[in-house]
Design a protein around this ligand. Structure first.
Ligand SMILES: Cc1ncc(COP(=O)(O)O)c(C=O)c1O
Length: 358
């Protein structure tokens, strides 16, 4: 399927930097322009309908990823939702995390002086996680579904098994490098809190994201907060107590509306179709890069993501940019991402450029 037509692309640019930030569909961009004009028109009543509008954004999140709207909160990014959540958890909780995680996932544990153990990222990471959980019995396991440097994608079937085996352990997931690449049912995932920024694989620009909680975790948090007096002001009468933490002030309808438009776009195109296209393009990339010995060891896993760390010297980054390749140096190589606006031709072009530089 030709998804390229939905984006403003350029012959000069090979855009493979979705792990940094994703492109925005033309339709979403048109909506943004129109919304800003209409929203601030003096005759408009959109400014008086912000709460209803934001509820509809949550309904769109629920519709695409199956979440409970009541336990879903709109946030400016992943980090705000995640930081707000861990501040509501008991301070004596033990966390388990993966080593080399995205800094805004691990550092909030360090700066709050919370107790955590690390499991190194390896080809058999799920086995090692299981061993660590069996021996250390952490209260919380936190992980990014797709790791931002290596592209390692945690087996989502394993997460469901973990929840069945350790129902008392809270599972917190960062879905920023994952959501938007394939169909995903959050309620069925075994994840208790999933937080995400919208500007990468969800194609939604900056300033939007969300966090959604399982009923179990929402109940646990509400119980901990039960002695807090409810807000008395009329304008906050319908706000939930969790909402006073996760959505403490006015929100930007332009940013969250952009998320909604892109979610609708993904829904219209179909996440199954997107997944099928990504798999085809990904397979081509893994094959051609593998033949040239340019992949990390973890790429031998059956479970592969659309984020690939190509093992060429990161010092080649300026040369790649010069050749029009939008990518980023990360870890021991150059990180790329293949999303719906990429095709096999892009992969071939990238390989040619890499060959010319080596
Ligand atoms: C794994 C992962 N999580 C989260 C984020 C983004 O978080 P935030 O938008 O809160 O900075 C990134 C961005 O690079 C990421 O790679």
């Amino acid at each position: 399927m030709d998804f390229k037509a939905h984006f403003n692309l350029s012959e000069q640019i090979l855009y493979v930097n979705t792990p940094g930030n994703g492109l925005i569909p033309k339709e979403t961009l048109a909506w943004r322009r129109n919304w800003d004009e209409t929203f601030f028109d003096i005759h408009s009543d959109l400014r008086d309908k912000q709460a209803d509008f934001l509820s509809e954004v949550k309904a769109s999140i629920s519709s695409l990823f199956n979440t409970n709207s009541e336990n879903t909160f709109l946030t400016p990014n992943f980090s705000f939702g995640y930081n707000t959540l861990i501040d509501r958890l008991p301070s004596d909780f033990d966390f388990l995390v993966l080593a080399d995680e995205y800094p805004s996932l691990q550092y909030p544990l360090i700066n709050r002086r919370l107790s955590f153990q690390e499991v190194p990222v390896s080809i058999n990471v799920e086995e090692r996680l299981l061993q660590a959980i069996e021996t250390q019995r952490p209260d919380v396991f936190v992980f990014s579904i797709v790791q931002y440097i290596s592209g390692l994608k945690i087996d989502l079937g394993f997460i469901q098994q973990l929840k069945r085996k350790f129902p008392e352990m809270w599972i917190i997931a960062d879905a920023t490098q994952y959501l938007g690449t394939e169909p995903f049912d959050i309620k069925a995932s075994g994840i208790d809190a999933l937080a995400c920024s919208g500007y990468k694989w969800l194609l939604s620009g900056f300033g939007n994201g969300f966090i959604t909680l399982s009923d179990g975790l929402a109940d646990f948090l509400n119980l901990r907060l039960k002695d807090i007096p409810r807000p008395k002001a009329a304008m906050w009468q319908t706000k939930s107590l969790l909402g006073t933490f996760f959505e403490p002030g006015h929100q930007d309808t332009l940013a969250h509306g952009t998320l909604q438009q892109s979610l609708k776009f993904l829904e219209r195109l179909g996440l199954e179709e997107i997944d099928a296209q990504l798999e085809e393009v990904r397979n081509e990339a893994y094959e051609l890069l593998g033949e040239r010995d340019l992949l990390l060891e973890i790429c031998k896993r059956a479970n592969r993501s659309s984020l690939i760390n190509i093992q060429i010297d990161p010092a080649l980054y300026p040369n790649l940019l010069q050749s029009g390749v939008k990518c980023f140096p990360r870890g021991t190589g150059i990180r790329i991402g293949l999303h719906l606006y990429n095709d096999k031709e892009d992969v071939h072009r990238l390989i040619e450029i890499i060959e010319s530089l080596r």
